[in-house]
Ligand binder design. Structure first.
Ligand SMILES: N[C@H](CCC[C@H](N)C(=O)O)C(=O)O
Length: 261
């Protein structure tokens, strides 16, 4: 048996994308998902996403981290899934879909996908740092020079600290570039390494920049490309949050799936 897949990327955050509208993919096979995401022996990706039918929405997105485990919300992956849904003819230029953190709406405008994110109810202060949930948990630390940082080592110190060890967290390092722009590098839980970009992380960092006075929309540079985040502040939280940026098909292919005995 062969498995057809599509490889997508959004600002360098890359995903194996599978059309699972017939529910043929063995979604509980963690080892298989881990193997498909492996960059040496598999297709290579930060995560794997299933596009599935849903009675009440255009589609449902089911996201797994590269470690094979079911993940929480993935902002770059969601923008890729919207592009994929258009390619499959499931949507035109507007999507109304379900993800791990609830319903989302998105629009395609040429190269860019504008994705509405879940409202954020509050931001926790941890000494000089911040912690918030934008569909996935994000720790945010402002630094002077993000290029000079060992994101892997510093990220792991936070991710495996007593507070976060059990469930994990994504860890973002942010540098202020101008009055309306920031530069973000992210250590991602579930990949357990730095990725080139993280959509929910970029969103979290832009919101924290908003707390410190930065006006919406915030331009965000990542090692994998540029994104924009628009939002409205709402008391201690935020609403009308949009993550805006490109999502592209890279290649398609098939892999053999050996029958299990
Ligand atoms: N890369 C994703 C985030 C995935 C979050 C995941 N790594 C976790 O929280 O376990 C994004 O673009 O939002």
């Amino acid at each position: 048996m062969a498995l057809s897949f599509y490889k997508y990327q959004g600002t360098g955050n890359d995903f194996v994308m599978i059309d699972n509208r017939k529910l043929t993919f063995p979604a509980d096979d963690e080892q298989l998902i881990r193997n498909l995401c492996n960059r040496r022996t598999g297709i290579g990706a930060d995560g794997l996403i299933l596009l599935q039918n849903h009675d009440d929405y255009d589609f449902e997105m089911v996201y797994f981290n590269a470690d094979g485990r079911l993940g929480s919300m993935c902002g770059n992956g969601a923008r890729c899934t919207v592009r994929f849904a258009k390619q499959l003819g499931v949507i035109e230029d507007v999507a109304y879909f379900l993800a791990a953190d609830g319903e989302h709406q998105a629009t395609i405008e040429r190269e860019e996908i504008q994705l509405k994110m879940a409202d954020v109810v509050g931001v926790e202060r941890i000494e000089d740092d911040f912690y918030l949930n934008t569909g996935s948990p994000h720790y945010v630390r402002f630094v002077e020079n993000v290029d000079n940082l060992d994101v892997y080592a510093e990220g792991r110190l936070v991710r495996y600290s007593p507070r976060f060890n059990a469930v994990g967290t994504n860890v973002n390092f942010v540098q202020r570039l101008s009055d309306n722009s920031i530069y973000v590098r992210t250590y991602e839980r579930g990949v357990e390494d730095e990725t080139l970009s993280c959509g929910t992380g970029v969103t979290a960092c832009a919101l924290v920049a908003g707390l410190t006075g930065m006006q919406s929309p915030v331009s965000v540079k990542t090692p994998g490309g540029n994104l924009k985040v628009a939002f409205e502040q709402d008391g201690m939280g935020f609403r009308y949050i949009y993550l805006i940026g490109p999502a592209k098909l890279v290649f398609t292919g098939t892999v053999p799936l050996l029958e299990k005995v």
